[in-house]
Design a protein around this ligand. Structure first.
Ligand code: SF4
Ligand code: SF4
Ligand code: SF4
Length: 576
């Protein structure tokens, strides 16, 4: 590719033809503020905060979309540029509630950063005009506060173009513009599948995670309650990052210590029920293959994906595995088996899931996830929320000693651990199904063909006499392609893994704010952790075996169906 030479703030730079000024400035480590620009999205160029001066041109140009050309001289902070940016910022702030002191995004807000970097000290010229009807907390996962919206359009892009859910659209014009569900619907009544990818894309607190931490603090203060935590596989990969450490830092032992110090009585590992899921789902798959059941069978551990299927593909509900997600299986076990073990009634246990996922908040509230008037999981909190709790308890996370998870649900395998990444459930299932069917040990446990960030991955594996064809999709735009192929009877897979979030759970909406630059280290950490585990196959987990012996009976037994499996509902009415 041919290159062009230009200068930015007097410094020479050479870059491939067609690259933007923003990219060229990045090469020189020159920072240009942006708001609507997002490295994972197409360029929109609608906020204009990134304007720069090209010497000899009358108009300022947006650096995010304007191409760098041969001989160009760019100025990124000339007087003209500074005046224009200040004006743009003043107009944004005229519609922005500036309550940083008690704002969820304070400290990692892009608008706050831009204001601070532009040294925006004087009183803005335009008075703040508050919006009416700006608050929507109808969803159990996401809070929308349009007082904080800068109309960048990043949420609409991710929801429509990447997730293909189309829950948010641009409503109104000019000063009245807003991004919300069409026809004045509330998010909780819309097609939103609670994935939280819009929160990850939003530069401000206009979209935030529904915070349940006050309920957890109250449970700690109640002497009647035993407060039990379960921790999802991806949390040990992203919590340290949320607390300021490098992406990909694994913090398993430290996080258990932190949770105990914050106030949890018992801390269990969701890797355990990920192993249990493999036993249940693997048995279900073999049953369907051997008995002419509905194929392809599709995984069911991503609740955002489940709601998407229920809404857009209700005709394919019979393809979904009936297994609950690992968090929901755990919820059922904690309030039944474990409650009995510690001689408590379910109402004396407060069960908290710590998850990378905002859709798990929705899942925990589904009527199917409880019995006899109580919820299996009382509260789901995200990585962002637990990081806030750890900080507010005055704990220095980086200096903590390591503590193991508690028994009897403290041991998970590497197979359970890789549930945190796209392809992980499939790989874990293949490890177990192969060995159970053939009775032989796998030469290598690493199924490289289902790893990585490619949108749709395919593989086939000889399991005994059967060539098992599998596919993996992450992000709902990719899932939609597979679902359309199944509907059109153009897909001959046996088993499909789908994760709602791009990258799988390590890219979940409840994690620290991500972009793909952070995803590589997170993915690498998942497989590093798997390699380090003494146990790497679900069916070899001795505590899972013991749970079957002591309580559940066989995989897919009546008891298993009662506690670990579920049913789904047709939600296509949401589209009307
Ligand atoms: S969204 Fe950002 S700028 Fe706005 S109040 Fe919150 S922290 Fe401050
Ligand atoms: S949570 Fe997901 S589906 Fe809902 S509005 Fe946000 S991106 Fe769209
Ligand atoms: S809600 Fe957030 S992402 Fe969406 S337009 Fe407003 S500021 Fe941008």
């Amino acid at each position: 590719m041919s290159k062009v030479k230009l200068t930015i703030d007097g410094l020479p730079v050479e870059i491939e033809e067609g690259a933007t000024i923003l990219r060229a400035a990045d090469e020189l480590d020159i920072y240009i503020p942006t708001l609507c620009y997002h490295p994972d999205q197409n360029v929109k160029a609608n906020c204009r905060i990134c304007v720069v001066e090209v010497v000899g041109m009358k108009l300022l140009v947006p650096a995010c979309s304007y191409p760098a050309t041969e001989g160009m001289a760019v100025l990124t902070h000339s007087q003209r540029v500074r005046t224009a940016r200040r004006n743009i910022l003043e107009l944004i702030l005229a519609r922005h509630a500036q309550d940083c002191l008690h704002c969820d995004r304070s400290g990692f807000c892009e608008l706050q950063k831009v204001s601070e970097e532009m040294h925006f000290l004087r009183t803005p010229r335009y008075p703040y005009v508050a919006r009416s009807d700006y608050w929507d907390d109808s969803s159990p996962s996401i809070v929308r506060n349009s007082q904080k919206c800068v109309a960048c359009g990043r949420c609409e892009y991710v929801c429509s173009n990447i997730q293909t859910v189309h829950a948010l659209s641009k409503v109104g014009r000019g000063f009245e513009v807003n991004f919300e569900p069409a026809y004045g619907k509330k998010l909780g009544d819309s097609v939103c599948i609670n994935c939280g990818q819009c929160i990850q894309a939003c530069p401000t607190a206009a979209l935030t995670i529904y915070d349940y931490t006050l309920r957890v603090w109250r449970a700690f203060a109640d002497p009647q309650k035993t407060v039990v935590a379960q921790v999802a596989p991806a949390v040990r990969i992203t919590l340290a990052e949320a607390l300021g450490e490098a992406p990909g830092t694994i913090s398993t032992g430290r996080l258990v210590t932190a949770l105990k110090r914050v106030g949890f009585d018992v801390v269990f590992d969701t890797d355990f029920t990920a192993d249990l899921t493999i036993m249940e789902e693997g048995t279900e798959l073999l049953g369907r293959i051997n008995n002419g059941g509905v194929l392809p069978m599709i995984t069911s551990c991503s609740p955002g994906w489940i709601k998407f299927c229920e809404t857009y593909y209700p005709d394919l509900i019979p393809n979904l595995s009936t297994c609950k997600s690992p968090q929901a299986m755990f919820g059922a076990l904690i309030k039944t088996f474990y409650a009995k073990q510690i001689r408590k009634v379910p109402s004396d246990i407060f069960s908290v899931s710590i998850m990378p996922c905002t859709a798990k908040k929705f899942e925990a509230q589904r009527p199917e996830m409880g019995r006899n008037g109580y919820r299996d999981v009382d509260v789901v909190i995200s990585v962002q929320e637990i990081a806030r709790m750890i900080r507010s308890a005055g704990i220095n996370f980086s200096n903590l000693p390591e503590t193991p998870f508690d028994s009897p649900f403290g041991l998970g395998s590497g197979a359970g651990e890789i549930f945190g990444a796209t392809g992980g459930v499939m790989e874990a299932a293949l490890r177990t199904v192969y060995e159970i069917v053939t009775g032989k040990e796998l030469d290598s446990l690493d199924f490289e063909s289902v790893r990585g960030f490619e949108g749709i991955k395919e593989a086939s594996v000889m399991v005994g006499d059967i060539k098992v064809k599998v596919a993996v999709a992450h992000g709902l735009g990719n899932a939609r392609k597979l679902m359309d192929a199944i509907r059109a009877k153009e897909a001959d897979y046996h088993f499909i893994e789908i994760m709602a979030c791009p990258g799988g759970c390590i890219g979940g909406g409840g994690n620290p704010i991500k972009n793909w630059r952070k995803m590589g280290p997170r993915l690498e950490a998942v497989y590093r952790e798997d390699k380090n585990m003494p146990l790497r196959k679900s069916h070899e987990n001795p505590y899972v075996k013991k749970l079957y012996e002591d309580f559940l009976g066989e995989p897919n037994s009546h008891k298993c169906h009662e506690l670990l499996h579920t049913r789904y509902v047709d939600r296509s009415y949401l589209l009307r």
